[in-house]
Design a protein. Structure first.
Length: 255
């Protein structure tokens, strides 16, 4: 399996001690030294995208930071292993539809590559926009709950992106605080559109409510404990509701 420099992404020989492209050391004897990383995909299949390091695990699989050698920009690559070709075809259709959703608060899908995964089964490599920042789950875990006003202001954009996706016939089906990515400027984007399984628009609305409660550091409401409201009938009403909440941050949410 090929190795790549953790600094510039150039291909490196397994026995090499220095990157022949940028000169970075490939052994980790000092804390500030970078190591070569094993390629998580076959360079013959996805050689355009050179892996740098794993960012974490999200919905359905691991996510890697990579360097697009053609457009010379960072990208995120999600690796999803699927049980069979039927599942691969279904996911391909969902992600093609998701890629057509153009919204400033939706993480853009750049490329889809089919290859062979673990055990010889089908694998999808999803190349998408890299958001330099952290998921909402990590921000809350490390920095504590947000105030109602701050949570509402942060989530207005992702709510609008979800509504745009639903208008295009694309569901999320896997909404969580891991799917809300917050960049270094404090702006949030919704990731993984079309990647989940099951559910529909109503399930996405309920899941978005759970994300809001999690941002506030509160447990998700027990099903049936929140009165039915026309305001939450569809995703188109989420952003206006959050805007009103941002304007009146002391308003109470249902327990």
């Amino acid at each position: 399996m090929a190795a790549f420099c953790g600094q510039c992404g150039a291909r490196a020989l397994p026995e090499a001690r220095h990157c022949t492209s940028c000169g970075a050391r490939l052994s980790a004897t000092e804390p500030d030294e970078l190591v070569a990383v094993e390629a998580p995909w076959d360079p013959q299949v996805l050689g355009r995208y050179q892996p740098l390091h794993q960012l974490g695990r999200g919905v359905r699989g691991a996510v890697w930071l990579a360097h697009d050698t053609v457009l010379r920009r960072p990208v995120a690559v999600k690796i999803v292993d699927l049980p069979d070709d039927a599942a691969l075809e279904a996911m391909t259709g969902q992600l093609r539809a998701a890629a057509a959703v153009q919204h400033p608060h939706a993480v853009a899908v750049y490329d889809l590559v089919r290859t062979v995964g673990l055990g010889g089964g089908p694998r999808m490599l999803i190349v998408r926009q890299y958001v330099e920042g952290a998921p909402l789950s990590r921000l809350v875990a490390e920095g504590g709950p947000l105030s109602p006003g701050a949570a509402a202001r942060l989530l207005v954009g992702p709510a609008e992106a979800l509504a745009a996706a639903h208008r295009a016939g694309v569901g999320h089906r896997a909404l969580s605080t891991d799917a809300v990515l917050v960049d270094r400027s404090g702006s949030a984007k919704l990731a993984d559109l079309g990647l989940g399984q099951g559910g529909g628009a109503a399930a996405d609305v309920r899941a978005f409510g759970v994300v809001l409660y999690a941002a506030l550091g509160r447990p998700a409401p027990v099903p049936g404990s929140v009165p039915a409201s026309a305001e939450l009938a569809d995703t188109g009403s989420l952003a206006p509701l959050l805007q009103r909440m941002a304007a009146a941050p002391d308003a109470e949410l249902p327990e």
